[in-house]
Write a protein that binds this ligand. Sequence first.
Ligand code: GTR
Length: 333
Amino acid sequence: MAQRFWDHVSASLPAVAVAGALSVAAFPAHAEDWRGWNVHPDGYPNSVALKFFDEEVSEKTDGRINPRIYNNAVLGDQPDAIDQTRSGALDFGNFNMGPMGPIVPETDVLSLPFLFTSVDQMYRVMDGDIGKRFADALAEKDLIALSWFGSGARSFYNTDHAIKEPDDVKGLKLRVMNNDLYVDMVDALGGNATPMSYGEVFQSLKTGVIDGAENNFPSFESSNHYEVAKYFSETGHLIIPECLCVAKSSWNALSDEDKSIVRTAAEDAAKKQRELWEEGAEKSREKVEAAGVEVNVVEDKAAFQKRMEPIYQAFIQEHPDLESLIDDIRNTQ
Ligand code: GTR
């Protein structure tokens, strides 16, 4: 895929930037060298699992396929990377289903606040028939979802005060991922949502362009947002799965034997990621608390949930065909 990736880069960047990218990334020349996207830094649970995937695939295919994950979103921000993987300019990536919604509407179901009651329930859903249904919807948009990673539960954090009840969100400017459902979610709480790429959040918090954002403990910590936002309130409003997705064109170029090796490696990488997540989330929590972040438990989650009802109503009105999918997820024990 090297040639197509290169064409894409050279078509979209000025010559100086292209020369810079060449010297920084030193793109390998063989067609079987796979380039993968990851937003997180080295050491993050997902990054460790993705590195394992790289090594496992290279080893088990005797070097026929050599995936290499590029951390820290150096290959672009998430919505661009999803597009690039769909077109085959990138070969694989670890994508959150939040920014996937605008491309694969079915996955928007997973961005409905308080849909899942626990991370374990989310795993059970995604590992079963419903997960296959999402994988089919992604495949129609040229993404082959091989396994599902977790990303804990997302909560609000900000620079000003603890959020204990919905009205505490009033007037706060909060960064959200690129999906209108999150804008509606923050609106419903009386805040002002600002969709923005992950990489811009730290500076925006620092300069006061935004007052806060929402994420899980590992991201709050590894992005250094905790250095600026000292109030983390455990609303746990979103539990969103992430895929290890391969570009359809890269997938179709594999032999059946290699497909099976790559799929198994992706499934094993997901197992690893889920294990590492538990431990990592606890460590991140301890680190931010030690750094002076005030973490508060939100007692009355039902009050937040209640504010989300109009979002569900509007969603079902717009996508009547997805109502039974919401019910099926809710009914999964
Ligand atoms: C992280 C997630 C990333 C990205 C990021 C964000 O928790 O793992 O894929 O979606 O949040 O907020 O942009």
